[in-house]
Design a protein around this ligand. Sequence first.
Ligand code: AMP
Length: 302
Amino acid sequence: MSILVVGSVFIDTIETPHGRAESVLGGAAMYFSIAASFFAPVRMVATVGEDFPKVEMDFLGSRQIDLSGLKVQPGQTGSWSGRYHEDMNQRDTLALDLGVFGNFDPDLPASYRDAPYAFLANIDPKLQSRVLDQLHRPKIVGCDTMNHWINESRGEIEKLLSRVGLLVINDEEARLLSGEHNIVRAARKLLAMGPHRVLIKRGEYGVIQFSADSVFAVPAFPLEEVFDPTGAGDVFAGGLMGQLARSGDTSEAGLRRAIVYGSVMASFCVEDFGPGRLRRLTGEEIEQRYRQFVALTNIEGV
Ligand code: AMP
């Protein structure tokens, strides 16, 4: 059961209180794909410039990630540089050059159109809708967005939300999009816009899922040291969609397990700069941390 993802593949330079990493692989579609590829085959839709390092292309190709939708264009790969504060929930963008991503117009290869699972990572909501138009009856569609698009293209986001099942966004964006400060009220308003489930990412405080008749919350996995939170939200979405595709279980229980797998993947992501930890991760480590997570949140039996 393969998963389609559309989004950015960038080159990042990251500074955190723990150090600095220059020219590492970045972008939401990249983080999502690596995480999801531990669970199911991934079809990536993105664009990079001719300068994109061959070694990174080979790395992506070495996972179960289909790159026939990764368009290489004349010009530069998008690049982003950011610096995190001591409180790593806060960061400043120091530089952003969209490069060829600035004229990204996702066109899906015919072989991608029957993907049963799809994730529309944070890009122009008009493009997210265009991708959705090209898919033949997907089983589950998830999407993300960010404050820039909420401020610039609210109408387009509202159109998109009436067509997706899962909205995965962070708390700040949930407040901005709903106009409600309280997270529960915000989630209710977002559900009324169309998605069956709203998953609100709260950084080091974990994730809360809302549907019309249920609420489910998990903490973030407690870690002594967080090196770099870049991409953790996309990795969460990758683990979540990956587990849904691997299990085919989209019941409430299946969703809850997928949320825990997403949280497990995000906890690995933050342990090193960029996708460093994910590059060395094994399936056994994922299952082991999943079991630790279940024990961590076990309320009834010790
Ligand atoms: P996150 O930590 O989830 O916000 O994701 C960070 C990733 O988003 C980084 O790897 C950046 O390369 C990428 N990124 C930064 N700005 C943009 C943008 N305007 N559009 C798409 N991707 C971006």
